[in-house]
Design a protein around this ligand. Structure first.
Ligand SMILES: C[S@@+](CC[C@H](N)C(=O)[O-])C[C@H]1O[C@@H](n2cnc3c(N)ncnc32)[C@H](O)[C@@H]1O
Length: 410
């Protein structure tokens, strides 16, 4: 790893701060701080629709990371924010002006037909995705993951509510992305909330994307993901059956980025994420050159509620590990196609130190060090990941020593 990269990563570690209310310090205070709950008053008390909380369990407290780089955490525990409406909010009387105007999104939720496939052809393709055999490198990589952290990833913090798809189900997602979202070896893929890293590992093997980047806010989970990343990257250096993987998994908060550049494909297993994240991510997506989105939220939320400028290509049911629970994956593409920003140096959202990065592809400063590192080669990423793991183990040891010296467990 280059010295400047290491310095950059170190600098970011110092900047991580814990913020109030589990919401993170707002970049634009008006938008970030007000967002947790909005109670639309009912027209009559009997007809009050139950307000669904989007702060599902397992969504951790967000910490504000440095804009420079999110990779090194400062503190470890992430907690679920619990927000209860006050008495006054619950009893707020209805007034017609408080009733939200329903947005007509019917035109956008009809699957697009311009990839050369009709709706029926797409459905037929999806229905035919049975008994798929993942590539040997994918199987080997999942083997490493399962050996280390179990099939469900249940030993991660919050494991009981942590959701992951089966390898077969993820393979189907990848096949649909390859077919209808042009996912290929030139693609740049981000998993927002990467967890233990499986979707990133999967697309790094098949179709061997050029940049597979995961960002995960939960420190414990991220460390587990590093314990997958390290042996997988090592195996690509020694095992002839393992192709090189342009893969990295980092710790950070997606709120620290302004756009999704340079990613062509934005993936998020976003069940239970709060509205405030979607509002931020829709701005990130709309600002970026990213072309495709995979979400587990339907168009009425993605388009209607959060304003992503996308249209639905198709949708597909997915299976979860360790439960009968199923979800639907929605595959979107940017509405109206990608508008190139032109000279990226003129963009405000381009990393200032992007000299080692392609000059014609904009890149948010948050993602620049990781992309640069992946472009430098497997050894660079491996060296960084091993160093992060070493620091983590060392800090664990020093904490235990301190505890031993305390006379009473207070
Ligand atoms: C359901 S898990 C998905 C794991 C993985 N993507 C997969 O499909 O196997 C969602 C993850 O999003 C993470 N997350 C939630 N808010 C986040 C944020 N603001 N920035 C980064 N990660 C976040 C959570 O900690 C959790 O691990």
């Amino acid at each position: 790893m280059s010295k400047s990269l290491v310095a950059n990563r170190k600098a970011s570690a110092e900047d991580v701060v814990t913020v109030q209310n589990g919401r993170g310090a707002p970049k634009s205070p008006s938008k970030r701080s007000s967002s947790t709950i909005s109670v639309s008053p009912p027209s009559s008390p009997q007809k009050t629709p139950k307000k669904k909380s989007n702060d599902a369990p397992g969504t951790p407290t967000r910490k504000k990371s440095s804009l420079k780089h999110p990779s090194t955490p400062k503190s470890s525990k992430a907690k679920t924010p619990i927000v209860t409406p006050t008495k006054n909010q619950r009893k707020k009387p209805s007034t017609p002006k408080n009733v939200k105007k329903k947005l007509d999104v019917s035109a956008l939720i009809t699957p697009a037909e311009d990839e050369g496939y009709t709706k029926e052809e797409k459905e037929e393709f999806i229905a035919g995705l049975k008994n798929l055999k993942p590539l040997p490198s994918t199987v080997k990589s999942y083997g490493i993951v399962n050996k280390l952290t179990g099939k469900i990833g249940g030993n991660a913090e919050g494991g009981e509510i942590y959701g992951e798809q089966t390898i077969g189900s993820m393979q189907k997602v990848v096949e649909v992305m390859k077919k209808f979202q042009n996912l290929n070896s030139s693609s740049r893929f981000i998993d927002v909330g990467a967890g233990l890293g499986k979707p990133n590992i999967h697309v790094a093997c098949d179709p061997q994307v050029s940049f597979s980047y995961g960002i995960e806010i939960n420190v414990s989970r991220w460390h587990l993901s590093l314990s997958h990343l390290i042996p997988i990257l090592r195996s690509t250096l020694t095992d002839v059956d393992m192709p090189p993987q342009k893969l990295t998994l980092e710790q950070g908060d997606i709120f620290s980025a302004n756009t999704f550049d340079p990613f062509t494909h934005v993936y998020m297993f976003d069940i239970g994420m709060p509205d405030v994240i979607f509002d931020h991510m829709s701005k990130m997506f709309n600002e970026a050159e990213s072309e495709y989105l995979v979400s587990y939220q339907p168009p009425r939320r993605i388009v209607g509620k959060h304003g992503f400028k996308v249209e639905l290509i198709c949708q597909m049911g997915v299976k979860m590990h360790g439960s009968a629970e199923g979800h639907t994956g929605y595959f979107y593409k940017r509405l109206g196609g990608v508008v190139k920003k032109g000279n990226v140096k003129r963009s405000l959202n381009v990393a200032p130190t992007s000299t080692s990065l392609p000059s014609d592809i904009p890149c948010d400063p948050l993602f620049a060090p990781a992309w640069s590192s992946v472009l430098s080669g497997t050894e660079t990423v491996l060296e960084w990941a091993e160093e992060e793991q070493r620091k983590f183990h060392e800090s664990g040891r020093s904490q235990r020593v301190r505890k031993k010296n305390v006379p009473f467990n207070v």
